[in-house]
Each structure stands twice: as C-alpha cells, then as structure tokens.
Ligand binder design. Structure first.
Ligand code: PHB
Length: 392
C-alpha cells in the first residue's frame, strides 16, 4: 500500500516536473509535422500541381527543412482534379495517414470537399490555388486559409478593366463548374457596374476541350470582346483554337490570368498581346520577386509562375502559424490569430488575410510579350474578396 502511494506521488511529481521543463511536450509540438499534399499529378492541371509543390518545397528548403522548429514530412495524393474522388482522398490523408496539416488543391470542386473535411475534423487547411468562393465564404472556418485568390477577384478586376477600355457587349466562355461560373460572375458584377452587357454566357463541361462549336457561336454573335476562364492544358488549347479560328484579330480575347500563366511555352505566338488580370506577373522587378525567381530557377531549371508563388506562400503561411504556437498545432486559436495579424512577404507583393482568411492583394493587368506576362498596371489595388456568407 505504502509503496503504491509513494509510486503514485512520484509519478505525479515527475510528470509535473517534465511539464514545467517543456510545456506542451506531451502535445503535438515534437517530432515531424506531417503535411498532406493533395494536388493533381495527372490531367489538365498536372503542371499546376507540380509548380505548387515545387514552390512549397522551395520555401521549406530555404528554412533548412523545418517550420516552427519541426521537420516537415510530406504525404502526397494525386487528386486527379476529380471531385468524385475528393472526399475519399482527403479522408485517407486525415484518418489513415494522420496528417497534421492539409495543403491543397487546384480544382475548386475538390477543394470544397477538402474544406468540408477540414471543418469537420478541425485540421488546418491551406488552399494553394482553388478559388472556390465558398471556401472563404459560407464554408469559411478559423482553420481554413487560402494563399491564392478567390475566383471572384481576377474576374471582378477584369470586369472593371474591360468596361473602362470601352467594351460594351461581351461574350463569356468557360468550363461549367465552380471556378468558371464564379470567375464569370465576378467579371459580370464589375462589367455591368461599368455600363457593359454580357450578351451570351457559353460553357462546356470540365475538362472538355472541344471548343469548335462554341467558337463558331462567338463568330456569329460578333461581340466587342470575349472574357474567359480556362487554365492549364485547357487554356493552351483554347488560346490556340481561338487564333486558328481567325477570331484573335477581330474580337479581342481577355481572361483571368490563368489563361496565360505557366502556358506561354506551349501557346507560342497565339498568346502574343493577350491581356489578363492576376495577382502575379513575370516582370514585377522587386528584389523579393527577383530573389524568389532566381532560387526557383536554380532549384528546378524552370521559370516560376503564379502556381509556384502560391505554393511558396502556403509554406510561408504555415511557418507563420507554426512559429506562433512553437510547433504545437493544438493551439488552434493562437495559430489563427497569428495568421490574421501577419503580412506575408510574397513574391507577388506583401499581402494580409481578410477576415475570412483570403489574401487581400493587388490584381495586376498584364499583357503577353514573348514568353512573359508583363505588368501593364495595377488593375485593382488591395482587392479584398467580399467573403459573402462567411460567419466567423
Ligand atoms: C479552380 O478550379 O479554382 C482553378 C483551377 C485552375 C486555375 C484557377 C482556379 O488556374
């Protein structure tokens, strides 16, 4: 009896001493931090997934492989940009692989499934591309962050630009899914405010690239200009088909900047002169961007694009949060507060997060010249997504 009492007392004292010496030692701040990277490795967005992962890994490497004092370990899943497989894929990462953090993805439909699981389980999610308005709108949560943009942002900026350039009647064309629909909706909101009219909204299912019938319809409608959202392999084909159909010289083509980002090698002369809006450009000329571009080119023998920047910044955001909680991800409120306060030193220009955790950022008007999206002007200064429907 005496021995048992003594040993209980000893255990208690011992445990208390350990806790005092290293607060949180029994929580989740030791060992490696497991990052679940859910990105497309196949399909029309494969190159985008690679650029995001490259950017993320570059920042981690610049920090000696550690964020917030913890070594970073990756678990990867190819989500194929397939919303039908998304819930299973994200559940595998959270429940089987026990990741500490989710990073993903490119496709808005897949990202919404990730946000649902992140919200249910409280897992930190950083979205390094997908613009689904809902992620920082009705689905927003204190543990869900975006390092990229909302679909509304580049669309809204371009609506303003095109109205000011004097276009009155515009046809829109995009893939029929959240990203395309929301990009067009943002565009329309600003374009109509500026006095323009969207005369026809054309779409085809994601990721189809049979554009011919729709291009014929554009030719027959004869609008002043066209606004589009396409990205990745689909953007390459659309720009080439638009030129081949003889439309480029008669009906100016504009887009959210994904139309010409990471795609210029493949688009060649067919992209020359195209104007787009995005939160990044190839010719910012700042020391911060110059250093990033050099480091990226050295590591990967490739030029970076907007996706690489978003991946890099997702890692920076994770670092800010982890440093604030000294690696202890159970301190969720402190992690969230640190990100709300932070200014992220992005190659695109420093940004902060809105109340719903979406970047408040400059949207640039760019024009393709050779192999670069050259900056023309700042189309919208410090543009903040309205975060409609977010209650935090
Ligand atoms: C999206 O689905 O939200 C999406 C995909 C590719 C892009 C941009 C947005 O380049």
């Amino acid at each position: 009896m005496k021995t048992r009492l003594l040993s209980t007392a000893f255990t208690t004292v011992f445990a208390a001493a350990l806790l005092a010496a290293a607060p949180g030692a029994f929580a989740q701040n030791t060992g490696k931090v497991k990052v679940g990277l859910m990105l497309p490795a196949t399909g029309t967005f494969a190159a985008l997934g690679t650029a995001i992962e490259n950017g993320f890994r570059l920042y981690v490497a610049e920090r000696g492989g550690k964020l917030g004092g913890r070594e970073v370990e990756f678990v990867r899943v190819d989500d194929e940009s397939d919303p039908a497989k998304a819930t299973d894929n994200v559940n595998k990462l959270v429940k089987r692989d026990n990741v500490d953090v989710l990073v993903g993805t490119v496709h808005s439909g897949v990202a919404m499934a990730m946000a649902r699981v992140a919200k249910e389980t409280g897992t930190v999610l950083i979205v390094p591309n997908a613009g689904a308005d809902a992620v920082t709108g009705p689905m927003c949560a204190v543990n869900i962050f975006r390092s990229s943009f909302s679909n509304w942002q580049p669309g809204y900026a371009m609506g303003d630009v095109m109205a000011k350039r004097g276009h009155k009647k515009v046809v829109t064309i995009t893939w029929k899914y959240a990203a395309g629909d929301e990009s067009v909706k943002g565009f329309k909101e600003a374009f109509e405010k500026g006095g323009g009219t969207v005369v026809k909204e054309l779409s085809l299912p994601f990721p189809n690239v049979e554009f011919q019938a729709l291009l014929t319809e554009i030719a027959a409608t004869k609008p002043d200009a066209v606004y589009t959202f396409f990205a990745g392999g689909g953007a390459v084909k659309f720009v080439k088909d638009y030129a081949a159909a003889g439309l480029k010289k008669n009906i100016p083509l504009y887009g959210a900047g994904f139309l010409t980002d990471g795609t210029l090698e493949a688009q060649g002369a067919d992209a020359e002169g195209l104007m787009t809006t995005l939160h990044y450009a190839d010719s910012l000329g700042t020391p911060r961007d110059g250093a990033f571009r050099l480091a990226y080119a050295k590591s990967y023998k490739l030029q970076p694009d907007v996706y690489a920047v978003q991946g890099y910044d997702a890692a920076q955001m994770l670092a800010v949060g982890l440093e604030a909680v000294k690696g202890d991800l159970s301190r969720k409120a402190d992690f969230a507060a640190a990100l709300q306060k932070a200014r992220i030193d992005s190659p695109r220009g420093a940004f902060s997060l809105s109340k719903s955790n979406n970047p408040v950022q400059d949207i640039y008007l760019r024009q393709v010249s050779g192999k670069e999206n050259k900056i023309v002007s700042v189309a919208s200064k410090a543009l903040s997504d309205p975060g409609r429907g977010c209650k935090l």
